[in-house]
Design a protein around this ligand. Structure first.
Ligand SMILES: [Fe+2]
Ligand SMILES: [Fe+2]
Length: 133
């Protein structure tokens, strides 16, 4: 799995959401590097906790926008967040004493890239139409 590099096409047109996504990518790439170099379970757990914290803050930010702007796709989008959250918590649980193989983390990177260019871009267009940038 390669690093996930920020590309202009990931921009959703809302500054706070783009900043969150960039920060998530940076944490994901850090976790990727540590997994590749065989870091200790303790180090991985720390980074994973940070990733969970930022992910949940970010989902909360998007979901606040759902509420404030009556977003029509709120239910489906919220469900995607919930599913990813469960997988991430499951991955965190697997760190335990021994670090899981790098391949076990690919789901998050794939999910993030697809979710940003799909669902989050829909949200971005909706917010832009309401004057939020
Ligand atoms: Fe989202
Ligand atoms: Fe997002």
């Amino acid at each position: 799995m390669a690093h996930l590099t920020w590309k202009d096409e990931y921009g959703v047109g809302v500054a706070s959401i783009d900043e969150d996504h960039k920060q998530l990518l940076a944490i994901v790439n850090n976790l990727h590097d540590r997994l590749s170099e065989g870091a200790t379970a303790e180090t991985l757990a720390q980074i994973c906790d940070k990733l969970i914290e930022h992910t949940l803050l970010h989902f909360g930010r998007e979901e606040d926008y759902f509420e404030k702007t009556n977003y029509p796709r709120a239910a489906a989008h919220r469900l995607m967040h919930e599913q990813l959250k469960q997988r991430l918590l499951q991955f965190r649980g697997e760190i335990g004493e021994r670090p899981p193989p790098l391949g076990k983390f690919v789901f998050f990177t794939d999910w993030l890239a697809h979710h940003i260019v799909g669902e989050d871009k829909n949200l971005g267009s909706h917010l832009n139409a309401q004057g939020i940038h």
